[in-house]
Design a protein around this ligand. Structure first.
Ligand SMILES: NC(=O)C1=CN([C@@H]2O[C@H](COP(=O)(O)OP(=O)(O)OC[C@H]3O[C@@H](n4cnc5c(N)ncnc54)[C@H](OP(=O)(O)O)[C@@H]3O)[C@@H](O)[C@H]2O)C=CC1
Ligand SMILES: Nc1nc(=O)c2c([nH]1)NC[C@@H]1CN(c3ccc(C(=O)N[C@@H](CCC(=O)O)C(=O)O)cc3)C=[N+]21
Length: 294
């Protein structure tokens, strides 16, 4: 079998087109142009790529974007002051503090300062709480991107066994929540999957993966998931982005996996572009929420 390639890049372009149209409609009705402020502390090369892609995407969708670059030596108090200034700036609708922060800064404390109404990453305790209760304000970008990809590629999810590898606050944990949600409670999409969360302490990871109809890999280990681990016909969503030399690879061994799977996302061109598309959606949503007209 040769797996169907799930073209995240094309789907992301489609979603960005929809967001651009919705933004134009909103502005035409007298709504304020949405504005996303990104805060980048230090200069991690991967973060640079992400921030650049995001700014270009904003521009094309008619969303204003700001980049606040801070020196790697910025103190906790200085960074908090920047976030508070953005919280209080009426022009700024969405705030994104690029992770990871340089060593020495307390990530959790910074994220707790972001105004939940501007928290387009959906990382604040209030927004995570609302999500867990099935009444989300913002859907987390990467997991929502995966859900949109599955939906738009017509991959059936209800009743399927999904194995999520990874339990981070950014990807694994919210991914599992969205896929296990009762139909319609985490966005309009069908979910209703049976979800297993696997992690570094799981016994027999390979056996668990083999029981999955859909595998979502969010591990951060280059090509860890091998073709031989998969149930034939499984759908593989590779969230991993790992730089190996000058190559970008996922958490799944693409060549091996595409000989066994029925469908697979490539890296690059898979989940990454969708994360950005969903971030723009959340920024428009934040601008609308401010006026109470969402
Ligand atoms: N496409 C996109 O838009 C995005 C891509 N990414 C990429 O996704 C990947 C994961 O990111 P993130 O969730 O932030 O990473 P984290 O490092 O925060 O989490 C990794 C998770 O994988 C688990 N893990 C690590 N090693 C193993 C192993 N050998 N076997 C099983 N589980 C393991 C960890 O387990 P434990 O909890 O026990 O430590 C942890 O839960 C990275 O490659 C990152 O670059 C991230 C965000 C967005
Ligand atoms: N506050 C915060 N929110 C995030 O959502 C967040 C973050 N911090 N820190 C880092 C991770 C990672 N992430 C990516 C998003 C898009 C691509 C992306 O567009 N990738 C392209 C190109 C990659 C390339 O060429 O390097 C692709 O996969 O095709 C990658 C990675 C968001 N993250």
């Amino acid at each position: 079998m040769t797996a169907r390639i799930l073209d995240g890049k094309a789907i992301a372009a489609e979603i960005r087109g929809e967001t651009a149209q919705q933004t134009a409609d909103w502005v035409a009705k007298g709504g304020k142009q949405p504005c996303l402020a990104a805060v980048l502390v230090g200069s991690d090369p991967a973060s640079e790529v992400y921030v650049r892609n995001k700014q270009r995407a904003c521009e094309r969708a008619g969303i204003d974007s700001q980049l606040h670059r801070l020196d790697a030596s910025t103190s906790q108090a200085e960074l908090i002051a920047v976030v508070e200034r953005l919280n209080n700036d009426p022009h700024v609708d969405g705030i994104l503090v690029q992770l990871p922060l340089p060593a020495g800064l307390d990530e959790r404390e910074i994220l707790d300062v972001v105004d939940p109404m501007k928290d387009v990453d959906a990382f604040s305790p209030e927004n995570v709480g609302l999500l867990v209760q099935g009444r989300p304000r913002f859907l987390p970008c990467t997991p929502h991107g995966v859900v949109q990809l599955l939906k738009r590629c017509q991959i059936p999810v209800p009743g399927k066994h999904v194995v999520v590898i990874g339990r981070s606050d950014i990807v694994g944990k919210p991914m599992a929540l969205l896929l296990a949600a009762r139909d319609g409670t985490c966005g309009p999409e069908a979910a209703n999957a049976t979800v297993t969360i696997a992690h570094s302490q799981s016994d027999d990871l390979e056996g668990i993966v083999r029981s999955g109809d859909i595998i979502v890999a969010a591990v951060g280990r280059p090509e860890m998931v091998r073709g031989s681990w998969l149930k034939p016909g499984a759908v593989v969503i590779d969230v991993g982005i790992n730089r190996v030399g000058d190559r970008l690879v996922g958490d799944v061994h693409f060549e091996e996996a595409s000989a066994v799977a029925s469908a697979i996302t490539p890296v690059p061109g898979g989940v990454g572009p969708l994360t950005i598309a969903m971030l723009l959606q959340n920024t428009l949503m934040a601008a609308k929420l401010k006026t109470g007209k969402a």
